[in-house]
Design a protein around this ligand. Structure first.
Ligand code: HEM
Length: 467
């Protein structure tokens, strides 16, 4: 008989069995919101509750999610709390824009992110991943320790910068990715004043110093724009036909304002690399604890690379690699919460006739974090079992129970880009190296802007073959 080993169950907070006090809520939201949720959030289809006097509907039911994010999407706007945190940084960038500005911007940028156009980036993604993989050359078969969390952030930043900006983001410091890191972590967190719904002008003590970083960052973005505009003015034929050029070409009364272009550059730098980086790091961690999964991935990767297949095809040719990445997206969704607020009164009726009232103004919390670990929708929800995502099993997963990229009009514009990048990155790295646990590898998921390993992710990197 084929004995299947027990699947790996990676670390995660145990659902609370008693509701936290108000003070504990504040403390937990500040420290790690993933530790807030109790048993009901992981077992009930929806919960109508109050959160700091705000009426809140926690939604896990795939049918109700479909109603809010797709069928009646125009009745829902971005939630106040999300906008309080992100809008001061990203203003009218695509992630935080609403109404007409959003519609105009999404339409203008969509062509760059169609599956076909994203495929055009495969060659650059491969080259950048190969260059990055050189970093570990010489670690030998005994290996060296590296912080995979940091490394994956560098790798995805390099790919983003090369594909969308032709590597021409002006850098203020040796490591531009450090600037981005600082900005996101200073600014992008919940402050007690946000929870208490203080108006935007009330200072957020947790973000002191953040404005300075933001100003510096906007300066960098403006310089990047000026530099490219100067090139466009002098000899257009020599200018790369990339995302930056496309954005700058949109300037004008029918397109985007200068400020909106600036906001979008910031948005795509912010949204376009840390998310993928987190999921890559969690994938390598989970795989290193699942020897059979790793063997299947290595065999698949070695076969595809030996065949000389075009990297555009890797996503289809590597179902085990893709499945492991998607399983990591399920267990550690980089965007753990998708929040909305109802504009007008609404209601939804479940298949069994139960009616859910959704009054105007209520906050709707759709949390990939609880949805992806929900007892009603997943078999062994806490276990790392990539086989769920293999093509032959995929049909059993409802479109609305797996939402790493969201769904509906505001679905992640970079989803295809990210999946392709991840499979190419994993293919290149795992072809040459093995990533293993060390005594220090002990990650704990913590929600900052993304779901990341607290204190990083040290792992041992070793060459698979002696060179
Ligand atoms: C694994 C990687 C990624 C994950 C998990 C992810 C997740 C998400 C999610 C959940 C949303 C929807 C938020 C909502 O409905 O409130 C979103 C939106 C967005 N993402 Fe991603 N993302 C990833 C990669 C990327 C990449 C690579 C880019 C750009 C190159 C990107 C750019 C954006 C933008 C601009 C939006 C706003 C779209 C809109 O509102 O029209 N993301 N992302």
């Amino acid at each position: 008989m084929d004995m299947q080993p027990e699947p790996f169950v990676p670390p995660a907070p145990v659902p609370r069995t008693a509701p936290p006090s108000r003070l504990e809520i504040i403390r937990t939201v500040m420290r790690n919101p993933l530790e807030l949720w109790g048993v009901p959030s992981y077992t009930l289809p929806w919960i109508a509750t109050k959160f700091f006097n705000e009426r809140t509907l926690i939604v896990n039911d795939p049918g109700l999610i479909r109603h809010v994010l797709v069928d009646n999407a125009p009745n829902y706007r971005m939630s106040v709390i999300r906008q309080l945190i992100l809008r001061p940084i990203l203003r009218d960038g695509l992630l935080t824009a609403e109404g007409d500005v959003w519609k105009r911007s999404r339409k203008a940028m969509a062509p760059v992110f169609t599956p076909r156009h994203s495929q055009g980036f495969a060659g650059q993604m491969l080259r950048k991943a190969e260059e990055y993989a050189e970093k570990y050359a010489g670690c030998g078969t005994t290996g060296a320790t590296a912080d995979i969390s940091v490394d994956m952030t560098e790798l995805t930043f390099e790919i983003l910068s090369d594909t969308l900006f032709s590597g021409e983001i002006v850098s203020a410091s040796e490591k531009f990715s450090d600037d981005v890191d600082q900005l996101l972590h200073r600014m992008g967190r919940v402050d007690p004043m946000d929870l208490l719904r203080a108006p935007a002008w009330v200072p957020r003590l947790t973000r002191i110093g953040g404005q300075k970083v933001l100003d510096k960052f906007r300066g960098i973005v403006r310089q990047t724009m000026d530099q490219r505009r100067a090139r466009m003015a002098s000899d257009r034929s020599k200018v790369p036909n990339d995302f930056l050029t496309l954005l700058l070409d949109l300037a004008g009364p029918d397109g985007l304002t200068n400020e909106e272009i600036e906001d979008n550059i910031l948005t795509f730098i912010g949204a376009g690399h840390e998310t993928t980086a987190r999921a890559l790091a969690w994938t390598l961690y989970c795989v290193s604890n699942s020897p059979q999964v790793r063997e299947r991935m290595e065999a698949e990767i070695d076969r595809v690379l030996a065949s000389g297949a075009n990297p555009v095809e890797w996503l289809d040719l590597m179902p085990h690699t893709r499945a492991s990445f998607e399983e990591a997206l399920r267990l550690y969704p980089p965007a753990p919460s998708i929040n909305r607020a109802a504009i007008e009164d609404d209601a939804w009726t479940a298949p069994d006739g139960t009616r859910v009232e959704i009054p105007a103004g209520i906050t709707v919390l759709i949390m990939p974090w609880t949805l992806h670990r929900h007892e009603l929708y997943w078999d062994r929800p806490r276990a790392f079992m990539p086989e769920r995502f293999l093509p032959e099993n995929r049909a059993r997963i409802n479109r609305f129970q797996f939402l790493p990229f969201g769904v509906g009009p505001r679905v992640c514009i970079g989803a295809t880009f990210a999946l392709q990048e991840a499979v190419i990155g994993l293919g290149v790295l795992m072809h040459r190296y093995r990533f293993d646990m060390t005594p220090e590898t002990n990650p704990w998921p913590i929600q900052k802007l993304t779901t990341q390993p607290q204190h990083g992710l040290p792992m041992r990197v070793s060459e698979r073959r002696a060179t």
